[in-house]
Design a binder for this molecule. Structure first.
Ligand SMILES: [Zn+2]
Length: 289
């Protein structure tokens, strides 16, 4: 009896030990499987987060990736989420001595802008070709940019306009319907001939042309010669307008020198940069003459 009882107890003990071992193995197995599935899902999600940024802003992403590697983090680069604001950088009076540098900056950021061009610095004429080739809008400003001459009569204005159109056609292979009046449509430099701007705006509309003023001034038309002030004016203007048409001049070196930092700031803060199109609202000023 005593022996039987001992054997029974031994058997039960072994059976219990086997069950515990089985339970432990099952538990470990389930835990390991859950961990592996979880890891795979995390990696997949991380990839899904990264991929869309590549088309948005390649330069910025590369910069952030490098930072991530240095910190030993696996966290993907966080692109600036769009803040719904579009910046239309517009550059008047060129091409000139600083236009090539500006084009390099725009290219490095893959940002498009609009050039309202002249023939004042005629030796830079061929840069119109590069502007167009790199996806910027090339639009008419004036051939001579001589206020007295162009605003003497509507015939004089359109003759100057057509001369610039021919230069653009020669360099880019295309004509444009987009332009900016020298001094803007609200200028008073045309006051010698009363009603001149009212007449030109009417004639432009009849010709199916699109003119653009601006709702943000960088300040480089006379208010400042400081890159820091241009930068600040551009930032404030972009923040205050859903569609900011910023007046700049690529013939001003201090303006061109502010652009790398401004564009970097814009991209990091979710702004979209774009070139003007005939469909863009022209931010028209009130005509004063
Ligand atoms: Zn101008």
């Amino acid at each position: 009896m005593a022996k039987q009882t001992f054997e029974t107890i031994e058997k039960k003990r072994k059976l219990f030990a086997q069950r515990v071992l089985t339970m432990v193995l099952v538990f470990v197995g389930v835990f390991a499987l859950t961990y592996v599935i979880g890891l795979a899902a995390t990696r997949h999600n991380a990839r899904a987060l990264v991929e869309p940024t590549e088309t948005v802003n390649t330069d910025d992403k590369q910069g952030n990736d490098k930072q991530g590697e240095e910190n030993g983090e696996e966290t993907p680069a966080q692109p600036a989420e769009s803040n719904g604001h579009t910046i239309y950088l517009t550059f008047d009076d060129g091409p000139g001595p600083y236009t090539e540098k500006l084009l390099d900056i725009l290219k490095a950021h893959d940002v498009k802008a609009t050039f309202f061009v002249t023939h004042v610095f005629s030796q830079y004429e061929s840069l119109l070709k590069r502007e167009a080739k790199e996806g910027h809008a090339v639009a008419i400003h004036s051939y001579s940019h001589d206020y007295k001459k162009i605003y003497a009569s509507d015939e004089a204005y359109w003759a100057d306009f057509e001369a610039m159109q021919q230069v653009i056609l020669k360099q880019t292979g295309e004509e444009t319907t987009m332009f900016r009046f020298p001094g803007g449509s609200s200028n008073t430099v045309s006051n010698d001939v009363p009603g001149m701007m009212t007449l030109l705006v009417k004639e432009a509309n009849n010709k199916g042309l699109h003119y653009y003023d601006w709702n943000v001034a960088s300040g480089d038309a006379g208010a400042t010669t400081s890159s820091a002030t241009v930068l600040q004016n551009c930032k404030v203007g972009a923040a205050n307008h859903k569609n900011a048409i910023i007046l700049c001049h690529d013939v001003k070196e201090f303006t061109v020198n502010a652009m790398d930092e401004f564009i970097t700031w814009g991209l990091q803060n979710g702004y979209t940069f774009a070139a003007l199109t005939p469909e863009t609202d022209g931010a028209h000023h009130q005509v004063k003459n």
